[in-house]
Design a protein around this ligand. Structure first.
Ligand SMILES: C[S@@+](CC[C@H](N)C(=O)[O-])C[C@H]1O[C@@H](n2cnc3c(N)ncnc32)[C@H](O)[C@@H]1O
Length: 271
């Protein structure tokens, strides 16, 4: 349903809920419509931890980008960008090193509208590619316009791999992307965990799948860890996102239902 006073930007279907706008609602953003809010509320009814979960997921993104930039990464590929909010990747990375370059990728037209508006005022080197995560060739070709793929890249797959079902081989997608980058590149993944808060997360998976009309796949710790096979998983491994290198003095967080980890590409790939 569309609210009476809501109008859609040209070419954008706001009658079907979309993951980027649902996520924006959970984060307290304004770039969402009635259909998105209804879907978001249905998931929240099933999973009260969803809001702390997405907030903790964003905080992980910031820490992971700061960590990568601190290890000398100056090039980032952020796939499944989402609608811009606070602490977007280029702001976090360029706060550490103003020379950082960031390529954003998303397949949602509304994210594209916002990203263009956001990036038009940015003097630092950033770009946006309208592409599906499955189309790794298109993504890498587009990214090579701004990034030097012979130098290490920080690949961010933050809360996106659950949008790719097993039959589309998300593990292969991760490997194809990392294969294009040299050793020393870093990979950060977060993913909803079906085995954290199992009852709530099963209900959330069903509610999201029903609301959006396409299947989302929440995975186990083992399933998420497999995305890192062949890479050097950095401490503390795949852990609940709030427990991944928390800021000193950060208050203990609720269980959030999200797994997260960061790995480095070794000189010789294993497996
Ligand atoms: C849950 S949001 C996460 C946003 C951001 N990464 C974060 O964690 O704050 C997922 C994003 O991935 C995008 N997305 C979902 N499936 C995608 C696909 N197959 N290809 C590209 N983007 C996709 C959605 O449009 C949405 O913006």
């Amino acid at each position: 349903m569309v609210g009476e006073d809501e109008t859609a930007p040209a070419g954008i279907d706001i009658t079907t809920p979309h993951i980027a706008r649902i996520y924006d609602y959970w984060l307290g953003g304004k770039d969402n419509y009635e259909s998105d809010r209804n879907a978001a509320e249905q998931v929240m009814a099933a999973t009260p931890t969803i809001k702390p979960g997405v907030t903790a997921n964003r905080a992980f993104l910031s820490r992971a980008v700061r960590f990568m930039a601190g290890r000398g990464i100056t090039q980032f590929l952020d796939i499944g960008t989402g609608i811009p909010t606070a602490d977007n990747t280029h702001l976090v990375a360029q706060a550490v090193n103003p020379d950082c370059r960031v390529v954003y990728v998303d397949n949602d037209p509304i994210v594209l509208v916002h990203a263009r508006a956001l990036l038009s005022g940015v003097s630092a080197p950033t770009a946006f590619i309208d592409a599906d995560l499955r189309d790794t060739g298109l993504i890498l070709k587009g990214a090579s316009g701004l990034l030097d793929l012979n130098r290490p890249v920080g690949l961010l797959l933050i809360a996106i791999l659950h949008c790719v079902p097993d039959e589309d081989e998300p593990g292969e997608i991760v490997r194809e992307l990392m294969d294009a980058f040299p050793p020393g590149s870093l990979l950060a993944i977060t993913h909803p965990g079906i085995d954290q808060l199992p009852e709530q997360m099963e209900a959330a998976e069903k509610a999201l799948t029903k609301a959006m009309g396409y299947r989302v796949t929440f995975r186990t710790h083992e399933g998420v860890s497999r995305f890192f096979d062949g890479f050097d998983l950095l401490d503390p491994g795949v852990v609940p996102v709030q427990d991944w290198r928390p800021e000193p003095g950060a208050p203990p967080s609720l269980t959030t239902g999200m797994w997260g980890g960061v790995a480095s590409k070794p000189s010789l790939r294993r497996g």
